[in-house]
Ligand binder design. Sequence first.
Ligand code: HEC
Length: 179
Amino acid sequence: MKQLSLSAMLVLMLSVLSACNKSDSSAESAPGGETKAAATQSVEFVTTQDGKPLVIDAALFDTPAAKEFFATGKNSYVGNADAIAKGKKVFQLYSCTQCHGPEAKGQVGPGLVGPDYKYPKDMTNKGMFETVWHGTNGGMGAKGIGLMDPTDPKNGITPDELLKVIAWIRSMSSVTGNE
Ligand code: HEC
């Protein structure tokens, strides 16, 4: 009896250890440095579905705010009244409203104001960006440019537009996402 519980504990400890190793190595293996466009990337995007690397064309980060986000992961539109007003319109334009409600408080889809997110990474602007850009496994398709309609690389939300949408969502939230 004693032996059994000991070996059960050993198995548990080993699996915890190997899980730690896994997340360590993925955090340290920074590919980087492969983008040719003007924007410098130091943020590594990952998908919300499975945490795998998410490559987004650097050329799409074509405004000062988008470039800053690409470099730092910070959304400089948070707190900016013009960007917030635009973000609300973009939210309607891409039909986010239909599933999340006109005030993003939830409808068919969940409320987006937080802080109790299904995907806790949505507490950060980088995390929410990834969730919207590439979608989730649980019922939301990708919205990123070329992803809403993969046959048309011009269809879909741009990084700059998405940062404005996120700024609008944060304007109703207790977090800025840049913490
Ligand atoms: C067709 C309906 C639909 C549309 C359109 C849609 N969503 Fe969603 N969204 C969902 C559903 C359903 C979920 C929950 C997904 C899950 O549980 O995996 C979700 C989840 C999310 C989440 C994660 C919330 C959390 O709790 O972690 C964010 C952020 C989000 N949507 C933002 C947006 C934005 C921004 C747009 C517009 C660009 C948008 N959604 C358009 C249905 C939609």
